[in-house]
Design a protein around this ligand. Structure first.
Ligand code: URA
Length: 239
């Protein structure tokens, strides 16, 4: 059965349908050795190349939501032999990699997938995916500090973008609050708080876009539902 070329390309997971259209329009796609034109239809059996490289057939894609515990490294290997996030999803029959990262001492929601195209799109700052963290800091978070967290903190790699802060409680010498940011700089929340004189003593990512940790204890994971994958795809395709 013949299908639109961009649909066949997108179905392999190589890129989105829109991106495939751009590649075709730019003359970067050939079908059976001939440069393809936008709107052309072809069958799954034809030889498709992009920039001279054969298009690889679709591989099953897995999307896992992990509740990362403290003390586990967000990496594919660790020279010090510490436990890895991928050790916690070993039963998945694919090489998964994390979407972004959480520090060793941060717990919470981490996505893992073998869908590189989606992972790259979600991690791109342009898409401004919201992440919410539950934070415990030492000291009593003042109105001024809260307002600075929201408007922007000057870090050594520049001013942070606007954030939302919801104060929860102060008990003893600690304050708890939620902060929602859409950047993903290294140790960002810890550095924002430390800069204002509030060292972080506990940090958990509780939300990523519309996904939450509901029902998952540290170390537990679940596959995303297809409707959740579709929503993530839509977020990663916003212009
Ligand atoms: N901000 C941090 O400081 N650490 C994390 O792990 C995530 C966000």
């Amino acid at each position: 059965m013949e299908q639109r070329l961009q649909k066949i390309i997108a179905a392999t997971g190589y890129c989105s349908r829109r991106k495939a259209e751009q590649l075709i329009a730019a003359g970067r796609v050939t079908v059976n050795g001939k440069i393809a034109s936008l709107g052309c239809r072809t069958s799954n059996g034809s030889v498709i190349q992009i920039d001279g490289h054969p298009l690889k057939p679709a591989q099953s894609k897995y999307y896992v939501l992990l509740h990362k515990p403290i003390g586990v490294v967000t990496s594919l290997r660790d020279p010090d032999g510490r436990p890895l996030v991928t050790d916690l999803v070993k039963t998945v029959p694919a090489r998964l990699f994390p979407v972004g990262r959480l520090d060793l001492n941060t717990s919470g929601l981490l996505l893992l997938t073998n869908d590189g195209a989606l992972a790259n799109r979600l991690a791109h700052p342009r898409h401004e995916i919201e992440k919410t963290y539950l934070v415990r800091v030492r000291g009593h978070l003042t109105d001024e500090a809260r307002s600075t967290l929201e408007t922007g903190v000057v870090l050594d790699d520049g001013m942070t973008s606007p954030a939302r802060v919801e104060r929860l409680r102060s008990r003893g010498n600690h304050s708890w609050f939620e902060i929602t940011i859409h950047e993903g700089r290294n140790r960002q929340v810890r550095r924002m708080c430390e800069t204002l004189g509030f060292p972080v003593s506990r940090l958990t990512r509780i939300r990523y876009a519309f996904l939450t940790l509901d029902g998952l204890n540290p170390g537990q994971s679940r596959f995303l539902k297809s409707s959740e994958v579709a929503r993530l795809r839509a977020l990663g395709e916003r212009p």
